[in-house]
Design a protein around this ligand. Structure first.
Ligand code: ZN
Length: 408
């Protein structure tokens, strides 16, 4: 009987036919002997994480696949990203993600990333822990220029706008309430006070004074966005009875794992980018199965290539994924292996779409069907038809013999 689960989500894997690839998708055109062999041993189908005709964001799509209804359980992007930074959130916290960037004296955002700066941790440490009007500000560094900002205190709301103008050479946006509540007004006010105090500290920060001496742009502002109010979600283990681990490079995906109470495993070389070490991630995921019942493994970069419209690079990255998946073929039959995606990111759109993605289930006593290759159109002929994200965990529970009986 199946007693372990390895769930691989390849972000943005699905696509549409590309004329330069002979009207195949990047996945169909890629040489994927391992994925094809896995599909041939699997029960196959298609997945629309949020149902047909819905264009999913990555965060909500992952929540649905893990069995959490986004309509009820989605806390917003801020809390997910911030959870991924290792900040232990408390009920009622307002969490935002942000960048350390540069804003000039006229309030114009001149640099949203300050990529010439290698270490942003001193900035986060300098503005962490402030208390303003009974609100504690927790600031933790993320990867590169990124940071998480948490407001902890009474009477706060996430109904506020972003400060980040999302573009360079645009004026910083004033944070304003988006509803009439006193909580939203108070949150916007206290955040504006934080900006003033933080800017004062960063202006005189020794690392910035040195940068200015060298003629370089200092990072003098925390550009925040994506406010969300945290509330505790039922942990994955409690919901599904499976101890779980997460292997991911991108902060958002580590955040999903952290939010659901999974053990987030840091893998050296896992960057969530094109330079990531897929083999190391696969090794870490397989190793994590020793101590956990369920391992969520995330590969990011096919999505990034789709967003950039780079079909050749997307195809090449899929071939790298395929090579990294060789160990999946030697997993014991009692380990259920699932390979799917959160959504399609067609190169022609350079954006997420509602096109379904392949999903395969390989393990002991699954009903292997006639599908012989891993692709958008080949898997459409599979036994499972079109699944929704919220169908995935119940299907896993069924294959593990863990579903409760309805009726007598
Ligand atoms: Zn995605």
């Amino acid at each position: 009987m199946i007693n372990k689960v390895l769930l691989l989500i390849c972000d943005g894997l699905g696509d549409r036919p590309v004329p330069q690839l002979g009207d195949k998708t990047p996945l169909e055109a890629a040489a994927t002997p391992n994925l094809d062999a896995l599909a041939a041993q699997s029960q196959c189908g298609l997945l629309c994480a949020l149902g047909r005709g819905v264009r999913p964001g990555s965060d909500v799509s992952h929540l649905a696949i893990m069995g959490y209804d986004p309509a009820r359980d989605y806390p917003g992007r801020g809390p997910i990203e911030v959870a991924g930074l290792g900040i232990a959130l408390e009920d009622g916290d307002i969490a935002l993600r942000g960048n350390f960037g540069n804003v000039d004296d006229a309030g114009i955002c001149r640099d949203r990333h300050c990529r010439h700066i290698s270490d942003f941790r001193p900035y986060a440490a300098a503005v962490d822990g402030m208390e303003i009007d009974g609100v504690r500000f927790i600031v933790k560094p993320g990867t590169a220029h990124r940071a998480g900002v948490v407001l902890r205190g009474k009477g706060l709301s996430d109904a506020i706008t972003d400060a980040d103008p999302h573009k360079t050479d645009e004026h910083l946006h004033e944070v304003t309430p988006t509803d009439d509540s006193p909580e939203a007004r108070r949150t916007a006010e206290v955040l504006r006070k934080f900006f003033v105090r933080a800017a004062g500290i960063l202006r005189n920060h020794p690392q910035n004074l040195e940068l200015q001496k060298a003629g370089k742009t200092p990072a003098n502002f925390v550009l925040v966005r994506g406010a969300g109010r945290y509330r505790r979600l039922q942990p994955f283990r409690e919901r599904w009875g499976l101890s779980a681990a997460c292997v991911a490079g991108g902060g958002l995906y580590k955040g999903i794992g952290a939010l659901l109470g999974m053990k987030v495993i840091d893998v050296p070389g896992a960057t969530g980018k094109l330079d990531t070490d897929l083999d190391a991630k696969m090794r870490a995921a397989v190793a994590a199965l020793e101590e956990h019942d369920f391992v969520f493994l995330h590969f990011k970069a096919a999505d990034t290539q789709g967003e950039d419209g780079k079909w050749a690079e997307k195809k090449a990255f899929i071939e790298r994924i395929d090579r990294a998946l060789a160990p999946a073929l030697t997993l014991p039959p009692t380990t259920l292996f699932i390979a799917t995606a959160d959504h399609s990111t067609p190169c022609i759109l350079k954006a997420h779409s509602a096109d379904p993605v392949p999903i395969i289930f390989r393990g002991e006593s699954v009903r292997v069907d006639g599908v012989r290759s891993y692709g958008e159109r080949s898997c459409a002929a599979g036994d499972l038809g079109l699944m929704a994200g919220l169908d995935v965990m119940p299907h896993i529970m069924n294959l593990m013999g863990r579903l409760p009986l309805i009726g007598a």
